[in-house]
Design a protein around this ligand. Structure first.
Ligand code: 5GP
Length: 368
């Protein structure tokens, strides 16, 4: 009779995976559609009493900024120079997309008041050419204070090295970097020099990452967990992607997002920069993900053989001036604040209790 250890060695050789234990996190992670915000007793009489401006002092740069912490996403059918000019009137930021040339930036900067430029983020990829271009753009005006370093997979060591390099070259600029969805990586990016970490993998309206790769994290849980990690180190986060209505924006703030970044909700407007198409007498606007076939055809000469497009192209009904949409979003968030008794946006997180639900709006007469 062979002894027990001999038998288990034979079994292991027959099935080398036998000892491997699959890791499954059992905690249910939540998206915006899984919760509502519970109303609370409030002394506020009117939405007009609610202040949506917040003031931040950033960890590394030491810069202070006051404004409404919503950001137009760095997509070329959303965050144009025209969008930046319009949103600055509402104290809202625009992460201007990275496909303008330095010359185009030069013209924009020469025409704008410093007040508009203080609401602008300069977007950058992580290549050597991106680094040179970023430095050339920043040199155009001292009022350009924000950098948005953005790659789809923020877990790459390359991003951490790039953040370190940009921090060294621009110690006084506010650096945001991403995208990630877990606290460990938030901490690593902040330690490397990021003031703000951008959070979101897969929730975007024209994103197909979850379908193409199976990777992702429900956005509300990502925000809650990443905000906790960032705040512990004196950093901030941007909740990026997945907001389809003002209520989602309020939930993102309620979950702890310092800033909320919007793509689809700000696409399709006069200022969005998307191509306008007439179909059956209706005006439609092209909106696409920055990793979609459309974006890669336009900016990279097509989709490289080794990769798949991870974004969609859609046609949106033309939505007119972005001012109306912005007023609607800000009105919604102000109203959230009155429902929970928060006199300012800063208080919203503290006053938020989420309830898990299995229903959202009543769609009997169609969707809002
Ligand atoms: P939205 O507000 O439209 O739901 O999400 C906007 C965010 O979607 C952007 O800020 C960006 O993080 C993400 N995004 C934009 N284009 C793409 C894409 O082609 N693929 C993926 N995976 N995400 C995208």
């Amino acid at each position: 009779m062979p002894d027990k250890s001999f038998l288990s060695a034979v079994l292991l050789r027959a099935n080398p995976c036998e000892e491997y234990k699959m890791r499954i996190e059992q905690d249910l992670k939540l998206g915006f559609k899984d919760v509502l915000i519970r109303p609370k007793r409030s002394t506020l009489k009117s939405r007009s009493q609610v202040d949506l401006n917040r003031q931040f002092t950033f960890k590394h740069s030491g810069k202070t900024w006051t404004g409404v912490p919503i950001i137009a996403a760095n997509m070329d059918s959303v965050a144009s120079f025209e969008m930046a000019t319009s949103l600055a009137q509402h104290n809202i930021m625009t992460a201007v997309h990275k496909h303008y040339s330095v010359e185009q930036w030069g013209e924009f900067v020469a025409n704008q008041s410093p007040d508009v430029l203080q609401h602008v983020m300069v977007s950058s990829g992580t290549s050597d050419a991106d680094f040179i271009k970023l430095s050339e753009i920043l040199a155009l005006s001292d009022a350009l204070n924000f950098i948005c370093i953005d790659i789809a997979n923020g877990y790459s060591e390359h991003l951490v090295d790039y953040v370190r390099k940009v921090r060294q070259a621009h110690p006084m600029k506010v650096i945001s970097a991403g995208n990630v969805v877990t606290g460990d990586m938030v901490e690593e990016l902040i330690i490397a020099g990021a003031d703000i970490v951008k959070v979101g993998i897969g929730p975007g309206s024209v994103c197909t990452t979850r379908v193409k790769t199976g990777v992702g994290y429900p956005q509300l849980s990502a925000i809650i967990e990443c905000a906790d990690a960032a705040h512990g180190l004196g950093g901030q986060i941007i909740g990026d992607g997945g907001c389809s209505c003002a209520g989602d924006v309020a939930k993102a703030f309620g979950g702890g997002a310092d800033f909320v970044m919007l793509g689809g909700m700000l696409a399709g407007h006069e200022q969005s920069g998307g191509e306008i198409i007439e179909q059956d007498g209706k005006k439609l606007v092209k909106f696409y993900g920055m990793s979609s076939q459309s974006a890669m055809d336009k900016h990279s000469g097509g989709v490289a053989k080794y990769r798949a497009a991870e974004g969609k192209t859609v046609l949106l009904p033309f939505k007119g001036n972005v001012d109306n949409t912005v007023n609607d979003i800000m009105g919604g968030v102000r109203s959230t604040c009155t429902y929970v008794g928060a006199a300012s946006l800063k208080e919203l997180t503290k006053r938020t209790t989420f309830i898990r639900v299995q229903e959202q709006e009543n769609n009997v007469y169609g969707k809002e």
